[in-house]
Design a protein around this ligand. Structure first.
Ligand code: SAM
Length: 359
């Protein structure tokens, strides 16, 4: 994650809630700008334990069982919610169309608390899910509740973390606080390579020894005129095991890791396979933590497979921090605008008063 200077901790007066909290990627990102987490919810006990050890806050369980009024007041609602289909009702009313899904639980909490800002995340395909209808229902629902919504797919690869991970980010501003607000998603093209985050011979990065490993010959590192490597900022496949299906492809550490996943199968399940120091291996939990921007102090579960699952489910903290910087820019622009608007209104009133006295 990025170090945020004291002067930039501009969310000190903000409280946030962390829904579908997992192991707390949003928690780290928002807290790094000074915001305080007042509530978290996570249904998975093992993820909740990891959350508690690291954030000293025990998430409440299943969000569908928690009443809106039992959730504390907050300014920002965060949530990387599971992707589920919506059955579109005849009226396409938004809110009512989301019943029976986990987005409905976000919607009912938003409707009750009306937080200033919503910060949501989902898989890239969410935008195309059910021919775009799922996203449309989410947008309609948020618009219906008086939110101004912005969304974009961003790749972790561009934000200094060597992992190919495309996710849709949805940011919504409550129109009662930020009228017709502009929001710019961050733009970045930071170069990195898997080599930057590797551990030396980790004991928990499983080594694969098999007869059916096959290498292609076509990757050669290219150097520029300064003798530096020209890094491609994406995964470089150099070989395969078995038939080269999911989890069976081998990548070069000059490139990026493939998307960490909670449920991926194959020999390289959840992390992919990499040729590192002449050995073929999976990534260790610490390497996965680094690929998602988690700090070195982060404590993960003892079970390696559980740790892989938790990081595969999580978010890239650096991307969230870049987006949060833009949220702060929007808040500041809005404050300036309302101050200017207020000044203009005040001057007009004073002028009118002067005029009426003269008359
Ligand atoms: C995509 S992950 C989000 C991970 C999280 N953003 C992080 O940083 O680790 C979705 C999470 O929602 C949780 N979840 C699913 N259904 C839930 C429910 N009904 N109540 C609370 N959490 C739920 C899952 O266990 C999973 O950890």
């Amino acid at each position: 994650m990025i170090d945020i200077a004291e002067i930039d901790k501009k969310l000190k007066d903000y409280k946030f809630i962390d829904l579908f909290a997992g192991i707390g990627g949003f928690h780290y990102a928002l807290k790094s700008f000074g915001a305080e987490c007042v509530f978290a919810s996570e249904i998975d006990n093992k993820a909740s334990e990891t959350y508690y050890i690291n954030h000293n806050l025990m998430p409440k369980g299943d969000i569908t069982k928690i009443k809106e009024k039992d959730i504390p007041k907050h300014d920002i609602l965060c949530g990387g919610f599971p992707c589920q289909a919506f059955s579109i009702s005849g009226k396409q009313k938004g809110f009512e169309d989301t019943r029976g899904t986990l987005f409905f639980d976000i919607a009912r909490i938003v409707n009750y608390h009306k937080p200033k800002i919503l910060f949501l995340e989902n898989v890239k395909n969410f935008a195309r899910h059910d021919n775009g209808k799922t996203l449309k229902v989410v947008l309609n629902t948020l618009n219906e509740m008086n939110y101004n919504v912005h969304f974009k797919v961003l790749n972790t690869s561009k934000f200094g973390l060597p992992q190919n991970r495309e996710r849709i980010y949805i940011i919504a501003f409550n129109n009662n606080f930020y009228k017709n607000t502009e929001f710019n998603f961050p733009v970045s093209n930071e170069i990195s390579s898997l080599n930057d985050i590797l551990e030396d011979n980790p004991t928990d990065g499983k080594i694969i020894e098999r007869e059916d490993i096959e290498f292609y010959k076509d990757y050669k590192p290219v150097k520029n005129i300064f003798g530096e490597l020209n890094l491609p900022n994406k995964p470089i496949q150099i070989g395969k095991v078995n038939k080269g299906g999911q989890g069976e492809r081998i990548y070069h550490p000059d490139g990026h890791a493939i998307t960490l996943s909670a449920y991926g199968g194959g020999v390289g399940a959840k992390t992919g396979l990499y040729k590192i120091n002449s050995k073929i291996r999976k990534l260790s939990p610490r390497e996965c933590a680094r690929l998602q921007g988690y700090p070195e102090s982060f404590i993960f579960p003892k079970s390696i497979s559980e740790a892989h699952k938790q990081f595969g489910n999580s978010v890239s903290i650096n991307v969230l921090q870049h987006i949060t910087k833009e949220i702060i820019n929007t808040i500041e622009r809005n404050e300036q605008r309302t101050e200017v608007g207020f000044k203009n209104r005040k001057e007009r009133l004073q002028e009118r008063e002067r005029y009426s006295i003269q008359v």
